[in-house]
Design a protein around this ligand. Structure first.
Ligand code: SF4
Length: 666
């Protein structure tokens, strides 16, 4: 009998209309856990690097994590995996809500799609009955509207539906997939779904998931629940309120936006507006939120209520959480009422709330700079807010200038030429980053930005404080009950770390310590993405209920796989390197691991080089960022090493040497 996982995947060939229920290999669960881990293995086995994101041969996987569908608190993430049209690399993006537990209840761990349907379709999974249905009547419908229409059509109010909007249908490179209270936003996986002509996947399940040792599992969950309640009642003292508790940043609960509006950059990630937040603005924004917000809501089996339903005047209700509250407002130098109204439209269209607003602000900057002309924007309204609504419509329809901007800032700049690349200044791996430009280079964040495979820093940072505590008492108090921290060395960093003096950045923590801290933060995210846990209860906040010391017991009691902390570390290392390998064969090398040039005002090239050298060494990678044969062997990934050999990856000239040669030639 299989425990924790359902043991079956749905394999759907969209070109042929063929659906198969296929038993998965339990050995893969032991090696890669599930979710992201097993997705990475499938992508490795089936999608060679020559395959384009929109080619029918590309595979799109919707996967529940190993713990989804069990009573594990907050285990509700769906890991969607494919090749990104924007980065051209392996991409994974998660959504919360209710979809993946429902898939497990229907008896499946993954839906694996290949090919391309001849017409727009949706997939309907109802326990053992799985159908590909015509969706031509849903063409152009909003991502949220589609969910309701499908539920009504099926007469299944309890079905969970993940859908794309117009942006996905038109292959906008930053198109999202929306589901109830959550969204799979980054990397353009909505466009991949659109390229396969799949409008939505609806699922309804009523089966049970087995637990290997139910009594032990429930006891462990009682502890998680007790600690969660305690932790919610005891936010971290002297820490930013939105980050002091659990969950994703509690943007829907807090009205004080002084920190974000004055530290994050407005426009196309350009202007820091110190002194912006005053009494009048605070009152205005509070009133806007009170008028539009209906209630706070949670994902499946979670008490944290990080999201909210919002109804802007005259518009349908939609759901929001986290920093999307501010991205549109700040990109347009506007107010909160504008931000919350345009976000409703953008959610229906299905676009990523990070990249979308930056792309629009980028387009307007190019107009201002004369790189694009008035003729490119013919018909655009005069007023500021109107310009953004107009651009949003052009982008999701790929009309006129919208067709170019729909490729994201990097590829749009490539198409436009004329120096436009200088305005696409906030990308890593061709992917827009947080609108954040700071003072002195931060060594931990330097590594987090450079080396995360998702090119999204918020989904790799977490368990380590973002800044030092001010006093020795605060530092000691923080460390005193930090049982989640895996090493005395890391605790010592928090005890010493200061804003000034010997133990201040950027030379402290040392590159070795930074590598250890980054490695731990990454590891926690990889565990979460394999088991389907919300980062808000584990890898993202400080002092979370799930950590390296209770996870092995929880995974073991649920799945029956024998596991201790060392084994869990090994599994996540394996998954981390397999994900990396998927990118290495697609050409990712050291030269790609650079933060935006203007990310920090004060840079330290020698230290930055040392940081990367040290981190690569710490990871067991060569100096070009490629996992070594020895490491891959240790992780049972010899097949990856053999493939690297065959492709000549180990014998090639390092990317930084090639870049230096090119520079000399120029
Ligand atoms: S912590 Fe927040 S985002 Fe995470 S599952 Fe709970 S409600 Fe959803």
């Amino acid at each position: 009998m299989r425990y924790a996982d359902a043991g079956y995947n749905l394999e759907i060939d969209l070109t042929r209309g063929n659906i198969e229920k296929v038993e998965s290999d339990p050995r893969d669960t032991e090696l890669y856990l599930g979710g992201l881990g097993t997705n990475a293995k499938i992508m490795w086995d089936r999608v060679p690097p020559e395959i384009d994101a929109f080619a029918p041969e590309n595979v799109l996987i919707f996967s529940a994590g190993l713990l989804c569908g069990t009573p594990a608190l907050s285990a509700n993430r769906t890991m969607v995996t494919s090749i990104s049209p924007q980065t051209k690399l392996f991409q994974y993006s998660m959504m919360g809500g209710f979809w993946s537990p429902e898939l497990k209840f229907a008896g499946y761990d993954k839906v694996i799609m290949r090919g391309k349907a001849p017409n727009l379709v949706y997939i309907w999974i109802n326990n053992d009955k799985v159908e590909i249905r015509d969706a031509s009547h849903l063409h152009g419908k909003g991502a949220v509207e589609t969910q309701e229409l499908i539920k009504a059509e099926l007469n299944e109010p309890k079905a969970q539906v993940a859908a794309i909007g117009l942006a996905g249908e038109n292959r906008v490179f930053f198109a999202s997939i929306e589901q109830a209270r959550s969204s799979c936003s980054r990397g353009g996986l909505g466009a991949v779904m659109g390229s396969k002509n799949v409008k939505a996947i609806a699922v309804r399940g009523t089966k049970n998931i087995n637990l290997a040792r139910p009594a032990e599992f429930m006891k462990l969950m009682e502890e998680v629940k007790r600690y969660t309640i305690w932790r919610n009642e005891n936010p971290i003292p002297n820490y930013m309120p939105i980050l002091a508790g659990l969950g994703s940043p509690q943007e829907m609960k807090h009205d004080d936006e002084k920190w974000h509006t004055e530290n994050f950059s407005w426009g196309n990630s350009r202007t820091r507006r110190r002194g912006f937040w005053n009494k009048d603005i605070a009152e205005d924004w509070k009133k806007t939120m009170a008028t539009m917000q209906n209630r706070l809501i949670s994902c499946f089996n979670c008490p944290n209520k990080c999201g909210a339903t919002l109804t802007p005047p005259g518009q349908p209700t939609y759901m929001m959480k986290c920093f999307t509250k501010l991205t549109y407002t700040m990109a347009a130098y506007s107010d909160l009422a504008f931000g919350l109204s345009i976000a409703q439209k953008a959610t229906e269209y299905g676009i990523d709330g990070y990249s979308g607003p930056q792309v629009m602000a980028f387009g307007l900057e190019l107009l201002e700079a004369g790189i694009l002309s008035e003729a490119d924007f013919a018909g655009m309204p005069e007023d500021n807010d109107g310009k953004f609504y107009w651009l949003l419509d052009r982008i999701v329809r790929r009309e006129g200038i919208g067709d170019i901007l729909a490729d994201g800032t990097y590829w749009a700049a490539e198409r436009i030429g004329k120096g436009a690349h200088a305005f696409a200044h906030n990308n890593i791996r061709k992917h827009e980053q947080l609108p954040l430009k700071l003072g002195t280079m931060d060594p931990i964040y330097y590594l987090l930005y450079c080396c995360n495979e998702k090119a999204t820093v918020t989904q790799i940072e977490g368990n380590f404080p973002q800044a030092p505590f001010a006093t020795q008492e605060e530092k000691d108090a923080f460390v005193s009950d930090w049982f989640q921290c895996p090493s005395e060395r890391i605790k010592e960093v928090v005890r010493k770390w200061s804003f000034k003096g010997e133990y201040a950045g950027p030379y402290y923590p040392t590159p070795e310590l930074c590598s250890e801290i980054v490695d731990w933060q990454e590891r926690m995210h990889y565990v979460d993405d394999c088991v389907g846990m919300c980062a808000g209860m584990s890898s993202f906040p400080l002092k979370p209920p799930y950590h390296l010391f209770n996870y092995p017991q929880i995974i073991s009691a649920a799945s029956g796989i024998e596991m201790d902390t060392d084994e869990l570390v090994k599994v996540t290392k394996r998954v981390r390197n397999l994900v990396r390998a998927n990118n290495i064969i697609r050409g990712l090398r050291r030269v790609d691991e650079v933060p935006p040039e203007d990310h920090w005002n004060k840079r330290f090239p020698e230290l930055e080089k040392e940081l990367l050298d040290t981190y690569y060494k710490y990871k067991g990678w060569n100096n070009d960022g490629v996992p070594t044969k020895e490491l891959l062997h240790e992780l049972n990934l010899d097949y990856v090493a053999e493939d690297f050999e065959k492709r000549g990856i180990y014998s090639e000239t390092p990317s930084y040497e090639l870049a230096a040669q090119k520079e000399k030639e120029v």
